[in-house]
Ligand binder design. Structure first.
Ligand code: CAA
Ligand code: NAP
Length: 249
């Protein structure tokens, strides 16, 4: 897969999935930049540990839920590193609770971080991708955006919305060398999933996965890398499921 020379911005690269995506794109020859929440005090530690593993990443503070923060982040990345060829909208949160208990703050936080972020980040890079005639935008959605999930009216709505966004934007930029796709992972063994009560995970979730196990971040990262490659030029507006058979379309 040809990747050399491309500059990738991966949001939330210090999380479970984001880290694997950063490592995979870097291993394929892309220059990888990531973001971290402005309040994240462990960013320096993460960068050092990546450096000792041979990964020279750069990281910038960015609240993806905030348009001005996204604009400032991208302005700085472009000034320091160069124009962004690949954007992976990966940063995301859960605030799980039944609809009965769902409060407005938990609804807003999930919509803003998981869905508004796609607008906030893509808006900063898309015109320049079109001008250069090449770009890849990959939005990390979820199986729960496809099928719904108990306790996740906010998350399922935001994740389903991400794919609507992908399809509409894909249409607008299809003739300009820019692709926009969604990936919908199933349950992957990161801290987001480890926050699910163990009894719920063991009794309600794992039994729904035909492969009988959680996915690995590296398995998702390999798919992201394909979508970001030269070879994937004809693939746009898709929502690719990677879920161990949990939800088949
Ligand atoms: N399916 C069906 N029933 C469920 C259920 C499920 N997944 N989860 C809980 N229930 C049932 C419980 O068995 C219980 O039933 P009874 O009243 O009959 O005993 C009832 O719902 C209430 O459950 P809780 O006592 O757990 O209620 P709660 O208010 O304390 O918590 C909850 C509710 C927050 C939804 C909690 O059950 C939970 O965290 N569930 C997991 C939600 C989930 O799957 N999140 C995915 C996070 S990972 C992710 O999002 C990544 C991704 O994209 C895949
Ligand atoms: P994670 O380990 O909790 O990582 C989430 C990342 O998002 C963190 O790096 C976090 O950065 C970042 N983030 C959160 N809020 C942010 C904000 N406002 N601004 C900037 N960054 C923010 O979760 P993960 O499992 O890797 O999830 C990554 C993505 O995959 C999410 O979109 C998630 O919904 C999706 N997904 C996960 C699974 C799964 O099973 N794990 C399945 C399907 C989809 P800081 O640490 O710096 O705050």
């Amino acid at each position: 897969m040809a990747h050399e020379g491309r500059i990738a911005l991966v949001t939330g690269g210090m999380g479970g999935l984001g880290e694997a995506i950063c490592m995979k794109l870097a291993a394929l020859g892309q220059t990888v930049v990531t973001t971290y929440s402005p309040g994240n005090s462990k960013a320096g530690e993460w960068l050092s540990s990546m450096k000792s593993g041979g990964y020279a990443f750069r990281a910038y503070p960015c609240n993806v839920a905030d348009f001005d923060s996204a604009a400032e982040c991208v302005r700085q990345v472009v000034a320091d590193v160069g124009p962004i060829d690949v954007l992976v909208n990966n940063a995301g949160i859960t605030r799980d609770m039944t609809f009965k208990k769902m409060d407005k703050a938990s609804w807003d936080a999930v919509m803003q971080t998981n869905l508004d972020s796609c607008f906030n980040m893509s808006k900063q890079v898309c015109d320049a991708m079109v001008d250069r005639g090449w770009g890849r935008i990959v939005n990390i959605s979820s199986v729960n955006g496809q099928k719904g999930a108990f306790g996740q009216t906010n998350y399922s709505a935001a994740k389903a919305g991400m794919h609507g966004f992908s399809k509409a934007l894909a249409l607008e930029v299809a003739r300009k060398g820019v692709t926009v796709n969604t990936i919908s992972p199933g349950y992957i063994g990161t801290k987001m999933v480890m926050a699910i009560p163990k009894d719920v995970l063991d009794s309600k979730i794992i039994p729904q996965i035909p492969m009988g196990r959680l996915g690995k971040p590296e398995e998702v990262a390999g798919l992201v890398a394909y979508l970001c490659s030269e070879e994937a030029a004809f693939l746009t507006g898709a929502n690719i499921a990677i879920n161990g058979g949990q939800h088949m379309q």
